[in-house]
Design a protein around this ligand. Structure first.
Ligand code: PHE
Ligand code: ZN
Length: 881
């Protein structure tokens, strides 16, 4: 384990490497306990670098055997092991040379799942960000690009399949039951994109012809017998490949594209060149085991990793500070892909919900950092919602500013100019400026300033002069290391919605630049006048959630209801409805805390019911309209002195009122949402199921009875229809016979499918209330849980901490103490998983005083542990700072 070093890396310290590596030739002699790695690098000193400069290579838990230069073993005094790598001195000054390093690693004992490890008997690698140094000594940084040739030797019986990046150029027999394969990847790449897989796996095969006629073999490797479950992933892959050609003019560039599904993986998936490695959760699906949400995730993640082939691999990052260069951009691309494959407004609602649920709290808490951070202690901790999701939103804003054509021109220039390079955010932005002439000077602050900007709005309508005035005030909250912020360029799509639902077309707008329907805020405060408006309009601001900001705007409930019914943009309808519901919920929480009874503005219920009934809207949208903001959303809105129990009670009360008010209509609608015939994962069918489930939830509350859920559970013939009533029973009627019976049935049916058991674990871990902690402890003792599998840890402990506000934030602090114990227990074996678990504590300061005290104690106990990984040390220090 890499333990705390206290080193902070700074963006401003960037220096090119002294040595250039043109080629890497690797030989792996695979063995679980002693794998020999022979690495031969073709190296040159960068012109201008002193001939005495040593070559410094990174290394972590690699045992050095020998080093030679041009076939000559190096003198001992020229080879220094530094604790985190090698320093080689007295190397040739001018000429290129060949450096051969022989070393050993133990894949079987690699529990961090970084470097070369084994998962269910399959050798696999994970190198991003700094895992290659756990395989061999190497300048393990993304700006060292080389052509790799990989020879793998292994037992034929346990590893008939030998894979690496690129194309297979040779295979053969070695006698004594061993064999080998050689792979060559012609595209220069950084070490973090290296991959190797060896084992015994089944395969689903297909092919794809690119726009220019290249035949590509497609292979998805999974556990034997599960091949059919890779069909949806394969279909998603082919659609992704076509889409990237059509939308961005990007073709695939090798003769083979492979995906391997593994069951022990720290993240979702990894874009290794030509050989993506996936968490099996994001590959395997069939109607019996996967929900609609699983299908949508598979589609999105398959696309995401595939899209990295251009945004990440062909053009990579100069250093890890530039992580958003590939991640934010690739998330934007996968969002656009899903929007094209499914319903654009519904997809956008899901994105915004996710952004607000994960990124906004990050940006508002102790772990806040810019989309492009300028310092880090542990890079693994920067694979965050800010880098990914806010990074994507920033790219989306560039597209908003430049328009579709301008954006495409900038992207074309980027691919053209930087193909084969390791680039920076400055390089990226320059392409858009050069391609369109648009000045992104102020806009680029979005990459450098952390914190969610706040825009406060007030409006005045003057019927006499037919002038509508809107005043804007922007600010960016202070965040760690950034007390003062500069004024940002905030693009806001807007509309002025008239009483009849049509849109005002003012004769003039003064006080801000407006391009099409985008208002540009560029000053700390701005007053904008719209003249020639025919009647009092309602301002619809930030349509499409164009800018990732918090808007403070005391819009009257009647105005929100007007937008919810009449906005022409469906996303904006949802946004208005959601804002309205939030207003009512926050008031309800205040009442609840003051000991009063919660009452609900009848107009909210009416508007929600009217939206549910609106046949012009697709069912998926209507499902979103019925979903109230979650407990964590409400907590974020309230901001401080949070009492999760009051939030829970108030929300449940509001939900019940809406259910009772709409019961008759909801029951009628539910009957129209049948999806006859065999299950199909398409978006329209999924939307009907989602809507039906939303209706069933309200109806069950109105009835105060689990009867409907019991019935639905019994009738279900697919995982979506089965898991939804399961959750309903476990969360709303936990004491009922039906809940226990359903959980037992579910376990019995799926006990040997761990991915499905994860749903069973999560359903229980997220059941509200203080008693759940005991249930979680019990499940940890059971046969299905294992601390060594990241999916199990996330499904049980992660779901409890992140998705159970009343259970985790128990008033007695037992939830926090439990999490601290688990973080410490897991840290020794898998620091990345432990550090990520700990981020669930990031909002501790916004809790009411008693809980806050308990949370601090738990955090301090972690901080005081005598042996922490650098990952957990980094998170705990920042969380307490
Ligand atoms: N680069 C991967 C992705 O976003 C995520 C990842 C990071 C996976 C680090 C493993 C390790 O697509
Ligand atoms: Zn990615």
């Amino acid at each position: 384990m890499r333990t705390e070093t206290g080193t902070t890396f700074q963006l401003s310290d960037y220096r090119e490497s002294d040595f250039i590596v043109d080629a890497v030739d690797l030989t792996f002699r695979l063995d679980p306990e002693r794998t020999e790695v022979v690495s031969t690098l073709t190296v040159r000193r960068r012109p201008g670098v002193s001939p005495d400069a040593p070559f410094v290579l990174d290394g972590d838990e690699v045992e050095l055997k020998s080093v030679s230069v041009d076939g000559q073993t190096m003198a001992e005094e020229d080879v220094a092991e530094t604790g985190n790598g090698l320093r080689l001195s007295n190397l040739p000054g001018q000429a290129a040379f060949s450096l051969t390093i022989t070393s050993e690693i133990a894949p079987e004992r690699n529990t961090q799942l970084m470097g070369l490890y084994r998962s269910s008997g399959v050798y696999t690698t994970q190198c991003e960000a700094e895992g290659f140094r756990r395989i061999t000594f190497f300048p393990d940084r993304p700006d060292v690009l080389a052509v790799y040739t990989t020879r793998i030797e292994a037992d034929r019986e346990s590893a008939p399949l030998l894979l690496a990046n690129g194309n297979c150029i040779e295979t053969g027999d070695l006698g004594e039951g061993r064999h080998y394969a050689v792979w060559h990847d012609p595209h220069p790449k950084p070490s973090y994109l290296f991959a190797l897989v060896a084992g015994d796996l089944g395969v689903l095969e297909d092919d794809f012809t690119t726009a220019s006629g290249r035949e590509v073999a497609l292979k998805i490797y999974v556990e034997h017998g599960k091949e059919a479950r890779a069909a949806y992933a394969m279909d998603s892959l082919k659609r992704s490949m076509r889409w990237d050609e059509e939308r961005f003019g990007r073709e695939y560039d090798l003769d083979i594209f492979m995906i391997v599904a593994v069951s022990d993986f720290n993240m979702g998936a990894m874009e290794n060149k030509g050989l993506n490695v996936f968490n099996d959760k994001y590959v395997l699906a069939d109607p019996e085991i996967a929900t609609d949400a699983d299908y949508a995730n598979i589609e999105a993640i398959i696309a995401h990793e595939y899209f990295h082939n251009w945004t990440g691999n062909r053009i990579t990052c100069r250093d890890w500070f530039q992580l958003c260069l590939k991640e934010g951009l690739t998330v934007y691309r996968d969002h656009e892909f899903s929007a094209d494959q499914r319903s654009r407004p519904v997809k956008r609602i899901a994105e915004v919900r996710l952004l607000k649920a994960h990124q906004f709290p990050e940006d508002a808490g102790p772990l806040a950092h810019p989309v492009r951070p300028d310092r880090y202690r542990e890079i693994s901790n920067f694979y965050t919602a800010t880098v990914y999701e806010k990074g994507s939103e920033v790219v989306r804003m560039i597209a908003t500013l430049l328009g579709e054509d301008g954006f495409r021109k900038g992207m074309d220039l980027y691919f053209d100019r930087h193909d084969g390079e390791a680039a920076t955010i400055e390089d990226f932005l320059a392409c858009f400026e050069d391609a369109t002439g648009f000045d992104l000077g102020q806009f680029r602050l979005w990459y450098d300033q952390a914190g969610t900007p706040v825009v406060s709005v007030s409006t005045v309508w003057d019927p006499g002069s037919r002038r509508f005035t809107a005043s804007f005030e922007q600010s960016v909250p202070a965040t760690p290391g950034q007390a003062k912020k500069d004024v940002m360029h905030i693009p806001l799509r807007f509309g002025l919605v008239l009483p009849d639902g049509s849109e005002a077309e003012p004769t003039s707008v003064t006080g801000a630049r407006v391009t099409d329907d985008v208002l540009h805020l560029t000053q700390r405060s701005q007053t904008v006048q719209f003249d020639g408006v025919s009647a009092r309009p309602v301002l619809s601001l930030n349509r499409g959630f164009c800018a990732p900001i918090n808007v403070h705007f005391e819009q009257a409930p009647a105005d929100l209801a007007h937008l919810a019914r009449h906005e022409s943009d469906p996303f904006a309808r949802w946004q208005a409805l959601n804002a309205y519901a939030m207003r009512v919920l926050v008031e309800a929480v205040a009442k609840e805390r003051a000991g009063g009874t919660v009452d609900v503005d009848p107009a909210l219920a009416e508007t929600m019911i009217a939206t549910a009934e609106d046949e012009t809207l697709e069912p998926a949208f209507r499902a979103q309209a019925l979903a109230l903001p979650g407990e964590n959303d409400i907590a974020r809105e309230i901001g401080n002195d949070i009492d999760p129990d009051a939030i829970f009670a108030a929300r449940r009360a509001v939900q019940t009122v809406i259910g009772k008010t709409g019961a008759e209509i909801f029951a009628r609608l539910a009957d129209t949402m049948e999806t006859p015939g065999a299950y199909s994962p398409d978006a329209a069918s999924a939307g009907k199921r989602a809507f039906r489930h939303a209706l069933m939830t309200y109806l069950s509350l109105a009835d105060a009875s689990p009867a409907r859920a019991n019935e639905a559970f019994a009738a279900a013939d697919n995982m979506t229809d089965l898991s939804q009533p399961l959750l309903l029973l476990a969360h709303f009627f936990p004491e009922s016979e039906g809940a226990n019976a359903a959980l037992a049935t579910f376990e019995e049916r799926f006990h040997d499918t761990p991915l499905v058991i994860d749903k069973w674990l999560s359903a229980q871990a997220t059941a509200p209330g203080a008693a759940t902690l005991e249930r979680v402890r019990m499940l940890m003792e059971g046969e299905h849980f294992s601390r060594s599998n990241p999916n199990r840890v996330r499904a049980l402990i992660g779901a409890f901490a992140a998705g159970n506000p009343t259970g985790f934030n128990r008033a007695d602090g037992a939830g926090f103490a439990f999490l601290a114990d688990e973080v410490l227990a897991i840290d020794g074996r898998n620091p990345q998983v432990a550090a990520r678990l700990l981020t669930t504590m990031r909002s501790w300061r916004s809790l009411e005083e008693g809980r806050r005290r308990h949370a601090r104690a738990a955090l301090e106990r972690i901080a005081a542990a005598d042996k922490l990984s650098s990952d957990v040390r980094d998170i705990v220090d920042r969380t307490l700072a």
